[in-house]
Design a protein around this ligand. Structure first.
Ligand SMILES: [Zn+2]
Length: 418
């Protein structure tokens, strides 16, 4: 057994390829009292407890770290133009920094009476709008739009992603990831970040790749241009407030994105990260069984040894939304690590050196223990190190809180599509 350092085969200069836009400096007006290179999460009962009731006890964040002025923010878990923020001087300036005459002429989507997206009149075959929900398209049909990331270019690699956090009961899960030296891409919902900012702080403290997942988890193609902009803007503002970092990457809820939404995100310099394997883990206990989701995991784990990802890896959709999905993750990660040569966050796998707008270089390295010429890798998870993101390692416990609205919304979300 020897240590092999992987050289990223696809060294894509993501930053250089981004569409330049006047609005792309939107993040420079954000403020934060958090130094992402020196995070200390306040010591409160939730900092050390892994008991769900204790973890989900709401409390106000330390005002010397997190100051939330409610008038500056949309209503929690409502479309991000609420609370009159859409007419604020702040948002109006961002909106007006975009030349909307260049926006794609693509209609705002609607729902059917049954509640699903209405695809009436849309050809998934010709797919003029690169509408993922209709066609799983990730390469824009129009110019000057950032192409989605949908797989991990490193061979035999599992791209580890968790959606819908920060979650008030995730201490044990994050502890497990830390013990295993695993880094994931965490797609945080803006409303959750304001409710549980210490959860977002821990994501950065632990060296995970933090990205946005919109403010209120809507089907973004059903939102107006203004609503899409607000969902992105306020989510990334919230992540900045709680972590000191503004993500360059985001994931549309339900994967619902088309070239109109992509164009708006591109104006902010944002790129979507999708997936190419879906565990449907959020359905466990609701519309399907844990056993069925486990079969999905089994199939995906088998792909790590049967050559499916011999030339490039995957990005897998999983969630930290509840204890069922987090338990499924902890149950399956040992097998995933033994089946794949590497288990990596997307920034590391895709060789993204600047996943945030701030000067905060991504320093995770690709190291993996493999058995040479054995045909099947033993794959203890490599030493994924981060000298800049992983600071203050002695303070590794997180603290999580839940707002009164969020418990209800989580319940609704859990019962709906994710
Ligand atoms: Zn989601």
């Amino acid at each position: 057994m020897y240590i092999r350092s992987f050289t990223i085969s696809v060294a894509i200069a993501q930053v250089a390829s981004l569409v330049s836009a006047d609005a792309s400096n939107f993040w420079q007006s954000f403020t934060s009292q958090i130094n992402p290179k020196n995070i200390t999460i306040p010591s409160i009962p939730q900092t050390t407890s892994t008991e769900p009731v204790t973890e989900c006890t709401y409390y106000n964040p330390d005002p010397t770290l997190i100051t939330i002025n409610n008038t500056e923010w949309p209503s929690i878990w409502e479309v991000a133009t609420t609370n009159n923020v859409n007419t604020s001087v702040e948002f109006t300036a961002v909106y007006n920094s975009i030349d909307w005459t260049k926006a794609p002429n693509i209609p705002v989507r609607t729902f059917t009476a049954a509640g699903g997206l209405d695809f009436t009149g849309y050809s998934a075959t010709s797919d003029p709008d690169c509408w993922w929900s209709a066609s799983v398209c990730t390469k824009p049909k129009l110019a000057d739009i950032n192409e989605d990331i949908a797989n991990c270019p490193e061979p035999e690699t599992w791209g580890l992603t968790y959606d819908d956090g920060p979650n008030c009961s995730q201490n044990a899960f994050y502890d497990y990831l830390e013990e295993q030296k695993l880094k994931a891409t965490m797609f945080y919902i803006g409303s959750n970040v304001l409710d549980w900012p210490y959860g977002a702080m821990r994501g950065v403290l632990d060296g995970h790749h933090v990205a946005g997942h919109t403010w209120s988890h809507q089907y973004t193609t059903t939102l107006t241009n203004q609503q899409v902009l607000a969902e992105l803007y306020y989510t990334h503002k919230a992540i900045k407030l709680a972590t000191g970092l503004t993500p360059r990457y985001w994931r549309p809820p339900y994967g619902d994105i088309d070239d109109r939404v992509r164009w708006i995100a591109s104006q902010l310099g944002l790129t979507a990260i999708m997936w190419n394997l879906d565990t449907d883990d959020w359905e466990a206990g609701f519309t399907t069984t844990v056993e069925t989701v486990q079969k999905n995991y089994d199939a995906f784990e088998l792909m790590g040894t049967n050559g499916t990802f011999a030339t490039s890896g995957n990005i897998v959709l999983t969630h930290e939304i509840n204890n069922t999905t987090m338990s499924l993750a902890i149950t399956n990660l040992p097998k995933i690590m033994s089946s794949y040569k590497q288990v990596l966050d997307v920034a590391t796998c895709y060789n993204i050196s600047q996943p945030y707008f701030e000067d905060f270089e991504w320093t995770h390295t690709l190291n993996s223990s493999v058995t040479p010429a054995s045909g099947s890798s033993s794959a203890t998870q490599g030493t994924v190190t981060s000298s800049s993101a992983k600071i203050n390692q002695s303070s590794t416990s997180g603290a999580y809180q839940i707002g009164p609205n969020s418990l209800l919304v989580i319940a609704i979300l859990s019962a709906a599509l994710i």
